[in-house]
Ligand binder design. Sequence first.
Ligand SMILES: [Zn+2]
Length: 396
Amino acid sequence: MSAAAASTLVTGIGELVTCDGTGPDRLGIHRDAAVVVDDGRIAWLGPSGSAPEADRSLDLAGRAVLPGFVDSHSHLVFAGDRAAEFAARMAGQPYDGGGIGVSVAATRAASDDELRALVAARVAEMRAQGTTTVEIKGGYGLTVDDEARSLRIAREFTTETTYLGAHVVPAEYAADRAAYLDLVAGPMLAAAAPHARWADVFCEPRSAHAFTAEEARVVLLAARGAGLELRVHGNQLGPGPGVQLAVELGAASVDHCTYLSAADVEALASAAGTTVATLLPGVEFSTRSPYPDARGLLDAGVSLALATDCNPGTCYSSSMPFVIALAVREMGLTPAEAVYAATAGSALSLRRSDIGRIEVGARADLAVLEAPSYLHLAYRAGVPIARTLDLPTREA
Ligand SMILES: [Zn+2]
C-alpha cells in the first residue's frame, strides 16, 4: 500500500461554523462554503464558488459543518454500571460521591481486554455524536497497578489522559487517609505519570469521600513536579475551595463550578484565558441538582467550556449535543455561546489551539449536522443529527 496524501474538497456546506472567535457571536459563520482537507489538516476554506481543486470531492448538499466537539471531561475507563443508584436517586436519595466505590470494585475485577472494549465502545458512541477529541480520566482503579493500566488503556484512544488517583479514598484506606495520600502523591503518581498528560483531584470539603484543599494541593503540586498539567473537580456538591485552588495553581480547568461565591466568580474572571470553568450540566440533570450560573459566568468574563463528564455514577451520557441543549435550556446560554463553549472553549481548557476551531492549519476534526444550521443542536434536542465527518486522508 502506498501512503500518498490525498486532498479532499468538501463542498455544499450550507453553514460553516468555524468558532474562530470572529463576528458578534464568535462563531465565524460562512454561508455556502467549502473546505479543503489535506493530510488531516484544513488546507483552505472559503466560498464554494472559488474553491480550488482537490484529489476528490464530497458534496454535503447544504448541511451545516462545525468543529468536532471537544469533550474535555470524561471518565470512560470503568466496568459495570450504576443504573440502580440512578433510579434510587430519582426516587429521592441524595448523592454524596460514595457510589464511586461500586465502580472501583467492578473496574478492578475487569481484565485489560474487557476494559479496552468498554472504552472503545464509549469512544465510538461519542464519535457517532460528533465528538472528535475526548479527555479520559482514570480514577476507578485506586491502586498503583490499576491506575497505571487505566491510563495505559486510555492512551490507546487519546493523548488527553488524566491521572485521578485522588478521586475518592478507597474503602481499604478509610481509617488512614494520610497513607492513601502518600500513595497518590508518591508511587501511584510515579506509575501513572508516563501515561498521563494531566492530573486532577476531586476537591470537596463536604464529602468524606473526596479531598480537602490541603490534601488536593499536596497531590497537585506533586503531579506538577512529575511533569503533569493540572485540572480540578471543584464546587460540585457545595461551596468549597476548588475554584480558588485551581486559580492559585494556574490549573487549565476547574470543573463543575455548581456552587460559586462572588469571590469565586471574580477569581475565575481574573484568570480568563488561563483557567477555564468547565460546566457539566449532564451531572445536574442526572443528579437532579441546581445548574451552575453559566449566564452569570459569561457575563463576568469567565472562559467557559462544556463537557459531558461521562461516568457511571453522576452522568452516563456521552452526548455533547445533549449537553449543548441543557446549556441553552437550563443555563441561559444562547445556542451560539453553547456551541462555542463545547468546541473552542473546551479546546482552551485542554490548552489546544489545533482543535475546536476550523481554520487553515488546524486539525480537520469536523462534525456535520443533518440540518442546515447549528441552531438545530439545541432546537432538535434528543435527535441524533450530529456525527463526525470521516474523510480519508491517505490513498490506500
Ligand atoms: Zn468528573
